[in-house]
Design a protein around this ligand. Structure first.
Ligand code: DON
Length: 321
């Protein structure tokens, strides 16, 4: 970073003015109190709705945060792209996609729906995310499997400690009828690899959703995706470039639930939201942004998160097309 800044080779040379502009967008967006905190999992319903945090990290490691950027929240569905990457790295594109489609579902994230081959539509919705979980580290025991995922998040966040929220996990497991129904539906269609243990797979999925971190650290994870899988702070290669390319393509087409088409049209950037109010936004070759605000709209996306993205691309030409 020092060498790059001395030679004026930074992707955003005037980072201070850029952050001033981001601050203005942050304060404008803060005024929006629309939406409702997710209440289908009791532990999520108890999170204070007013939290708001934005953190950015460029591909050369310049960072800035606004708001509650050190407060932890659980990843929920923003864990889905990373589990998909892990499955791809381990088994390759062909094998992974013999179990998961890559089309938007056009329906809500937990809809009881599979594609015409009896497979989940894509890895960014519940059915597909459970399928990714069934593909990761199949030969290991459940503890090693979870270690693999949490170590990957640590590496993505720049070797930062990440947490696990056990009460969210338990709450998630207790209110999982829909996810079990989806899993049995997929099993009936022979969608899972042979010898898949459904209960273990679902518990692993709930554990991944219950990993916690803050926007400050998660922006580094988003920047690692923006940087083709290499962490901009540590230089560690976490995923190969083609894995990240596949992942970002599906984040663009499927990452924002049944608002994905509209988001791709208006914002033109890969993103993934979660019902905790998390939103991971990737601007390829430039920066990663992590946003957190728990109030959600009708489809389950963070209201302020979506507004921030809209204002961001109005102010800067980050739309990819
Ligand atoms: O499966 C669930 O109900 C959640 N834990 C996942 C939540 C989420 O963010 C919605 N996802 N696509």
């Amino acid at each position: 970073l020092v060498k790059k800044s001395l030679t004026e080779n930074l992707v955003i040379p005037d980072f201070e003015s850029f952050c001033d502009e981001l601050g203005k967008i942050f304060r404008e967006t803060l005024k929006n109190n629309n939406g409702k905190v997710a209440d289908y999992i009791p532990q999520l319903a108890r999170v204070h709705p007013d939290h708001f945090a934005i953190s950015v990290c460029t591909v050369d490691g310049q960072r800035y945060s606004f708001g509650d950027s050190k407060v932890n929240f659980c990843l929920q569905s923003s864990c889905k792209p990373i589990n998909y990457c892990l499955a791809l790295e381990e088994l390759g594109e062909e094998r992974v996609h013999s179990h998961i489609g890559r089309e938007p579902s056009g329906q809500s994230f937990n809809e009881l729906a599979l594609n015409s081959k009896g497979l989940p539509h894509n890895p960014m919705i519940n059915a597909g995310a459970m399928m990714s979980c069934s593909l990761i580290d199949r030969e290991s025991d459940i503890a090693d499997r979870f270690d693999k995922v949490s170590k990957t998040w640590q590496a993505l966040c720049g070797d930062k400690q990440i947490s696990f929220n056990n009460s969210v996990y338990l709450s998630e497991r207790q209110t999982a009828d829909r996810n079990f129904a989806l899993a049995y539906f997929m099993r009936e269609k022979n969608a899972f690899p042979e010898r898949t243990n459904l209960t273990e797979t679902l518990e692993f999925y709930f554990q991944c959703c219950s990993i916690e971190s803050c926007t400050s650290d998660l922006s580094v994870a988003a920047a690692s995706l923006a940087n083709a899988g290499t962490n901009p702070l540590t230089g560690k290669v976490i995923f190969g470039a083609s894995t990240v390319q596949n992942c970002l393509s599906l984040m663009l087409s499927c990452g924002m639930y049944d608002f994905s088409g509209e988001f791709a049209f208006k914002i033109g950037l890969p993103a993934k939201s979660g019902v905790s109010g998390a939103l991971m936004l990737v601007i390829p070759n430039l920066m990663g942004i992590s946003i957190w605000s728990p109030r959600l709209d009708q489809v389950g996306n963070t209201v302020r998160g979506v507004e921030f993205c809209r204002r961001l691309v109005e102010r800067f030409s980050f739309h990819q097309y």
